[in-house]
Design a protein around this ligand. Structure first.
Ligand code: NAD
Length: 234
């Protein structure tokens, strides 16, 4: 591909995608809101752009074939902040992609779009929406945008429901060429040996969304998790 745009490129996940995306594109445009992005790879440029501005996103996507959309507010936030960055922001990305004639959007969706399904359900990639927070609700909106823009404009979207190792069935992702290289089962014995028995009446253990399923919408699910900042810097 000639040009790929990566949004959320300064974030925890996006920062790890810069190098692999450069392997399949002549040029990578990394976009985010941060002022200090740090060093750039060869063939990479950085653009500061706000998702909540359609004019800015339209400018960023000019001449691109594909956008990999990883910008978002990733946890608790008042509904209005989620509305601007994650709901209006997604509309702006899909609409800017349509205006510029992009072929494909790859979107970082989340398990939290389906987080209120019980862990015992062994859900697959076709699980219906059951969001666990306003954050998850915004992911449902974005997935439905992808469906709408396919039906009306034949624009292709791939929505990946990213999650930690959990009991889900993703065999239907095979048609994308996805072939897992690792197997979480090999760690199960040692993890279970160190983990106290879980109270299955606690929504944080009962539902796919984990801690997000246990908090009120708008409250922090991440606060109860041990998240390591592994953002990749050059
Ligand atoms: N990290 C996970 O485990 C996980 C799991 C499921 C889904 N996701 C999704 O993956 C994507 C990336 O997650 P992450 O963990 O890297 O998040 P992150 O918070 O580390 O990065 C998100 C980036 O988006 C940018 N951003 C936020 N609002 C913006 C706006 N209005 N305009 C422009 N940029 C804005 C931030 O500056 C940040 O660099 C998000 O969509 C998130 O919802 C992450």
């Amino acid at each position: 591909m000639k040009k790929i745009v990566l949004t959320g490129s300064a974030g925890r996940l996006g920062s790890h995608l810069r190098e692999p995306l450069l392997e399949i594109a002549d040029a990578l445009v990394s976009a985010d809101l941060v002022d200090d992005f740090g060093k750039l790879h060869d063939r990479e440029t950085y653009v500061k752009a706000d998702l909540s501005r359609l004019d800015e996103m339209t400018e960023v996507l000019k001449g691109a074939e594909m956008v990999v959309h990883f910008d978002a507010i990733g946890d608790k936030a008042p509904f209005d902040a989620i509305l601007q960055s994650n709901i209006i922001g997604c509309y702006n990305v899909w609409e800017a992609a349509r205006i510029n004639g992009l072929r494909r959007i790859v979107y970082a969706s989340s398990i939290h779009a389906v987080g209120m399904h019980a862990r015992t359900e062994n859900i697959g990639t076709d699980a219906p929406h059951r969001p666990d927070t306003f954050y998850g609700l915004a992911k449902c909106f974005a997935e439905d945008l992808g469906s709408l823009y396919w039906d009306k404009f034949q624009m292709e979207s791939v929505c990946m429901r990213i999650l930690s190792c959990a009991p889900v069935d993703n065999t239907r992702a095979r048609f994308l060429g996805y072939r897992p290289k690792d197997n979480a089962e090999q760690f199960a014995e040692s993890i279970l040996a160190e983990t106290p028995p879980q109270d299955l009446n606690d929504p944080a253990h009962l539902y796919q969304g984990g801690p997000f399923a246990a908090v009120e919408p708008g409250k922090s699910g991440l606060a109860t998790m041990n998240i390591i900042d592994d953002t990749k810097k050059l």
